[in-house]
Design a protein around this ligand. Structure first.
Ligand SMILES: Cc1cc2nc3c(=O)[nH]c(=O)nc-3n(C[C@H](O)[C@H](O)[C@H](O)COP(=O)(O)OP(=O)(O)OC[C@H]3O[C@@H](n4cnc5c(N)ncnc54)[C@H](O)[C@@H]3O)c2cc1C
Length: 376
């Protein structure tokens, strides 16, 4: 079987899977993944929340453009709903009241927040200690998102459209000769393509360097999460995701249990991120100070990397310094939400430099996503 294709996508997380599925409609695509299965890194470690009021304006616009697909995916993508209602509530302690005004002012007009009383907050979230709450706001637009089904849906679509996935293939060298990119992989096989798409998550800068490119100044940030037992009285199934607006720590329902995180962002090298004992102890401390929960046992814990460039917007587009090298990186804490629309946007830019009309209508500016902006 030939290892030549039109497009070579590096990284089979949700970003690589989504762009692969799009490109497989217009050419032959090979998807290379260094781990033994797709989704081992960030895409398999998210909080699985759809939060339209999160991130810079361009991120919110792209999240909105993805939502239409998640609400009504094409036939065969999934056999159940990808988004289900959840809501999110932000509370702040005394001394941080002004934060609530900031949250309300920053909300996207299409997805406004509603201030609620302390009584309403404690009724909606019986786990909260009343003395922890000085002001609160409700975001009714936040949804639970089936991150696994979204990722699997794109992989399935990719395969259905003729795309080929190779796991256990780490790209170790990249070279452009005679108008094509040639990739060497850890298996010893060589792959070549007209266009290479760098969807390497936390490793995107390392992959750029293999091609001799300047970094986009990507910083992977570690975030730790724990799962603890649910509590039907303090945390009924209707519990919104609850976050502490002063510290970014949060707790949310997770399949009958509770997931909690400090909302930490610790700079890290690209790696198989692992939870640190101190971070887990701090999550438990936050829970026990702000809620009525007593944490007897941590059932499960994990850490994952959210990779950002300095302006926290994704990096999408061809590199000016290397013909046929396309960046799809810097998805930060929103990569699952962004993947559908970023896949479509990447396809348009790669195929003929065009932007999907709905992204133009939402005011998405390509300059805000361009790789070169990260190097100035
Ligand atoms: C704790 C946590 C909570 C989050 N919560 C949310 C949330 O609620 N909602 C949301 O939308 N997003 C959330 N995110 C962010 C989201 O998970 C990421 O933005 C998204 O998964 C990034 O996907 P990706 O495909 O770009 O990266 P990845 O999933 O990391 O995929 C990159 C892939 O590239 C592969 N790779 C790297 N180098 C090579 C190489 N040289 N050769 C071959 N393969 C290579 C890696 O093995 C990896 O599989 C969260 C992240 C974390 C860590």
């Amino acid at each position: 079987m030939s290892n030549s294709s039109d497009f070579l996508v590096i990284g089979a997380g949700v970003s690589g899977a989504a762009v692969g599925a799009e490109l497989a409609e217009i050419g032959s695509v090979t998807l290379l993944e260094m781990e033994e299965r797709p989704g081992y890194h960030s895409s398999g470690r998210s909080a699985a929340l759809y939060t339209p009021n999160y991130g810079p304006a361009v991120v919110r616009a792209i999240i909105g453009a993805s939502a239409e697909f998640y609400r009504q995916p094409m036939e065969g993508f999934t056999d159940h709903a990808l988004l289900t209602p959840r809501q999110a509530m932000s509370f702040v302690p005394a001394g941080s009241e002004a934060k609530i005004d900031e949250f309300i002012a920053a909300a996207t007009p299409a997805t406004p927040l509603q201030e609620i009383s302390v009584d309403q907050a404690c009724k909606l979230a019986p786990l909260l200690k009343r003395e922890a709450v000085a002001r609160a706001v409700l975001d009714p637009h936040v949804m639970d998102m089936d991150a696994g089904a979204i990722h699997q849906g794109f992989l399935k679509l990719f395969k259905h459209r003729g795309g080929r996935t190779f796991t256990d293939r780490r790209v170790t060298a990249l070279e452009r000769t005679a108008g094509r990119w040639h990739a060497e992989s850890s298996s010893g096989e060589r792959f070549d393509a007209r266009i290479v798409i760098n969807a390497g998550g936390a490793w995107a800068d390392e992959i750029g360097q293999l091609a001799g490119l300047k970094p986009i100044n990507l910083t992977p940030m570690r975030r730790t999460a724990i799962i603890i037992a649910g509590d039907p009285t303090l945390a009924p199934p209707s519990l919104p995701a609850v976050d502490d607006g002063a510290t970014e720590a949060y707790v949310k329902p997770d399949a009958g249990r509770l997931m909690a995180s400090l909302g930490d962002a610790t700079p890290s090298a690209p790696c198989d991120a692992q939870p640190e004992d101190l971070d887990m102890a701090m999550i438990v401390d936050w829970l026990e100070r702000n809620t009525h929960l007593t944490v007897r046992r941590i059932e499960h814990s994990w850490a994952g990397l959210r990779s950002f460039v300095p302006d926290h917007c994704p990096v999408v587009g061809f590199d000016r310094d290397a013909e046929g090298f396309f960046w799809l990186a810097g998805q930060g804490g929103y990569g699952i939400m962004l993947s559908a629309a970023l896949g479509r946007l990447s396809r348009g830019l790669i195929a003929d430099g065009s932007m999907p009309p709905d992204l133009i209508a939402r005011g998405v500016d390509l300059a805000a996503l361009a790789p070169e902006r990260c190097r100035t």
